[in-house]
Design a protein around this ligand. Sequence first.
Ligand code: GLU
Length: 553
Amino acid sequence: MDYNKLAELLFPEIDKTPEDYEALYPAREEGKVVTRLGPSPTGFIHLGNLYGAFVDERLAHQNGGTFYLRIEDTDDKRFVEGAVETIINSLKFFDISFDEGASLPESGEAYGTAETGDYGPYFQSKRGPVYQAFVKDLVSRGEAYPCFLTEEELAEIRAEQETAKETTGIYGKYAEKSRNLTYEEIEANISAGKSYVVRMKSAAKEEYIKVMDGIRGEVSMPANNQDVIILKTNGIPTYHFAHVIDDHLMRTTHVVRGEEWLMSLPIHVELFEKFGFPMPVYCHTAVLLKVDEETGNKRKLSKRKDPELSLDYYRNEGYHPQAVKEYLLTILNSNFEEWRMANPDASIDEFEFTTEKMSSAGALFDLNKLNDISKDVLLKIPADELAEFMIDWAREFKPNVLPLLEDREYLTKILDLGRNEAKPRKDLIYAKQIFDFISYFYDDYFVIEERIPEQVSDEDAKEILKRYLETYDHSDDQSQWFEKIRTITADMGYAVKPKDYKKHPEEYKGSVAHVSTVIRIAVMGRSQSPDVWAIQQILGEDRVRARISELIG
Ligand code: GLU
């Protein structure tokens, strides 16, 4: 068979050759790491994407290399309007930005045209002619062929294989019929309008391939023997083919992708070999697991069951991007926590991230751990920055409280409360939780949430508050203020030392703790809170007096 003639028959319009493309996309700077994120524009961007993007970003930027965004949009059924913007903006929130590739379109700009960089197009849907030129090349070398098997024929083959308990697919004797079609037969099929796919002619080597995975070390698998589809009936490439061509032409050095692709690695190895392209370093990341609340077993995070899989979740709840990044690093690199302990104040970017320290066995995601980390991370962010973060969050996700939070000075004082002590308080986790936590500072949200302690009668409570208000002097320092509480406590028959009340409950109505709780509930609506004196200083005299007066009636 004259394969050149066959290639012309299949791709009469393709006049560029692989060499032309090689020349169009010159080698990048020697020694620089080039990584890419290749999401499909489905509109759903999840923790797995962030996890992978984070690895890509670190590998490239740690080395002064390039990280680019390629949109894998060959499956238009899954396409969602605005998805590219979502990807870019969601990652930007986590400080992950691309050096080249698909970019934010200007308003009115057609889909698939907004991009920067010299290795485009970066939208696979715009790369049809590129793929076809490489398929044409394989056909002309007798390494790929058109296959006209119909759905019915494929189903029959499959059934036969299943009955015989053989591997399914088109390989070996099952590939013979299509492989051996003559030029004339192919030409007749095409004239008759029969549709076809193009399959790679597998060398079906009886051997194991060995690949050094950046995360897993040496991976050994049986070589591919399947004549996999490289071009579908509509002329669109399969993932396998697009991956090999794009990552080669875009000069990707490290392919970071999910473990689900590991199985197809032998196909990719064979394609790289057929073209004589150098192989990138593959880094197959572990799947993200969580402990199922009901069963206690580890399982994959699910889109349906686990809202925390979506990146939107973290933005909605108002997690600080630094907290999420810090947490991701703890699950990404086994030596990160140790490094963090030794370098508590260093920027995350100083940590040297390595793929070798990544787990290949499944990364366990745990929201409680994220929350713990978040407490520490927020403590290191200056209160005025945190205030700004809260305001930005409210603007987007809780606009009704924005006018309140916009009193930035007040908010800053609130957030700074109790943070500068030897044992700083660690109760701020994420914006939504923080707002609930500090809501009592805002009159619109102030509610009495708790009951007074049972040791204090309603009458006594009123009396305590009355005396408190009478003696209240906003300029008292903390010890003067507390001295007054002690006086009220003693005068009203409560123990000034809680342990006295414990020892002789018959002698006292209660203790200073119960008296203070009454005041706490009156001023804050709750019995647990940071230091009351400090809170009152922030609330201001008028608010304190108003809240207490309200209860005295
Ligand atoms: N489009 C593929 C995905 O979303 C990309 C896989 C890869 O990074 O190679 O899973």
